[in-house]
Design a binder for this molecule. Structure first.
Ligand code: ADP
Length: 291
C-alpha cells in the first residue's frame, strides 16, 4: 500500500502495483506459516552432480523416519529439471492428490512426504525447459501451497552446484537449520566442496558437515576395501576448512540397484556397512541439531 493511500482502490493509479505487492506479502506470509510447522529444515548440497546427493538425501530421510520420526519427515526435491527422488523411493509415476484443503505431498515409505516436479510431468521424455523465474515460482508453490503438515524434518535436495538456482532456493526458505555437503573422495571434488562451504557461509546458513560418498568399495566376496577413488579427501577438506566431518559411505552395488528399483536401501540392507555409516551420520546430525 502506498503512503498516500486513501483506501479508494478503484480510483487509484497505483492499484496494480499495490495489489501485486499485497499478493506477494500474502504469499510470503503463507510460506512462513507453512514452514513454521516444520521443526528442522536441512538442505543437502553438492558442488556438482552425480556425487550421490539425491541418494544420500533419500537414505538420510528414511534413516530419520526409522529413528522415531515415522510420518514426520518430508523431502522437497528442489531439482526442477532433473528430479530423481521419486524414482529412488519407488514413487515415480504417482501424482499429487488434491482435496478441499489443498494439495497433498505424495506419501512414501514410513510416511515420508515427498514433493517433486516429477509428480507433474506428463511422461519420462518431457524435459522441463523453464527459465529461472518459472522454476522459482514452482519451488515457492511447493513450499507454500503443499499441505506439509507438522513435520520434524524437511530435507531439501537442492539442484547441484553453487549457482543462482540453489542460492535462490536457499533464500526462499526461512530459518534453515543447516546444510549438509555431499562429495566424492577425489581431488577434483575437494575443489568443488570448497565452493559449497563458501556458498553456505555467504548465506549465513550453518554448515552441519561434509559426507564423503562412494568412499571405497567393500568387496562382497572377501570384505576387503578397495579405494576406487582417492581416500580421505572429504575428511581432509573438512579439517582444512574447519567443517565437521559426518562420515564416509562406501560404494555398494545394492545402493545403485535398489535406487533403480525404487527400494529403500537402508531398510532392505539393514546391516550393510553403508547403512551403518548412514546411521552414524544421523546421530551426528541429531547432535548438531540438539535433537
Ligand atoms: P546426484 O543427486 O548427486 O546427481 P544420485 O544420487 O542421482 O547423484 O546418484 C548418482 C548415481 O550413483 C545413482 O545411480 C546412484 O544409485 C549411485 N550411487 C550413489 N551413491 C552410491 C553409493 N554409495 N554406492 C553405489 N552407488 C551409488
Amino acid at each position: 500500500m502506498s503512503e498516500e493511500c486513501n483506501g479508494k482502490c478503484n480510483d487509484c493509479t497505483k492499484m496494480d502495483a499495490c495489489t501485486d505487492s499485497k499478493k506477494e506479502q500474502l504469499e510470503q506470509d503463507i510460506l512462513k506459516l507453512r514452514m513454521s510447522k516444520i521443526k528442522h529444515k536441512i538442505a543437502i548440497i553438492s558442488g556438482k552432480g552425480g556425487v550421490g546427493k539425491s541418494t544420500v538425501t533419500v537414505n538420510l530421510a528414511i534413516a530419520f523416519a526409522l529413528h522415531n520420526h515415522a510420518n514426520k519427515v518430508g523431502i522437497l526435491d528442489a531439482d526442477i529439471t532433473g528430479p530423481s527422488v521419486p524414482k529412488i523411493l519407488g514413487l515415480h509415476g504417482q501424482r499429487f492428490q488434491v482435496g478441499p484443503p489443498g494439495i497433498f505431498p505424495v506419501p512414501g515409505p514410513l510416511g515420508i512426504k515427498v514433493v517433486s516436479m516429477d509428480f507433474l510431468l506428463e511422461n519420462d521424455e518431457s524435459p522441463v525447459i523453464w527459465r529461472g523465474p518459472l522454476k522459482m515460482g514452482a519451488i515457492k508453490q511447493f513450499l507454500s501451497d503443499m499441505l506439509w503438515g507438522e513435520l520434524d524434518f524437511l530435507f531439501i535436495d537442492l539442484p547441484p552446484g553453487t549457482g543462482d538456482e540453489p542460492l535462490s532456493i536457499m533464500q526462499l526458505i526461512p530459518e534453515m537449520d543447516g546444510t549438509v555437503i555431499v562429495t566424492l573422495p577425489s581431488e577434483l571434488s575437494e575443489i568443488v566442496v570448497k565452493k559449497s562451504v563458501t556458498f553456505s557461509r555467504q548465506l549465513n546458513v550453518p554448515l552441519i558437515g561434509v559426507i564423503e560418498n562412494m568412499s571405497g568399495f567393500i568387496c562382497p566376496k572377501c570384505g576387503e576395501k578397495v579405494n576406487i577413488f582417492k581416500t580421505g579427501g572429504g575428511q581432509k577438506i573438512a579439517k582444512d576448512l574447519s567443517v565437521p566431518f559426518l562420515g564416509s559411505i562406501p560404494i555398494d552395488t545394492d545402493i545403485c540397484s535398489d535406487s533403480d528399483n525404487g527400494i529403500p536401501f537402508i531398510t532392505e540392507h539393514a546391516n550393510s556397512p553403508a547403512t551403518k555409516a548412514l546411521k552414524e551420520i544421523v546421530k551426528k546430525i541429531e547432535q548438531f541439531l540438539g535433537v
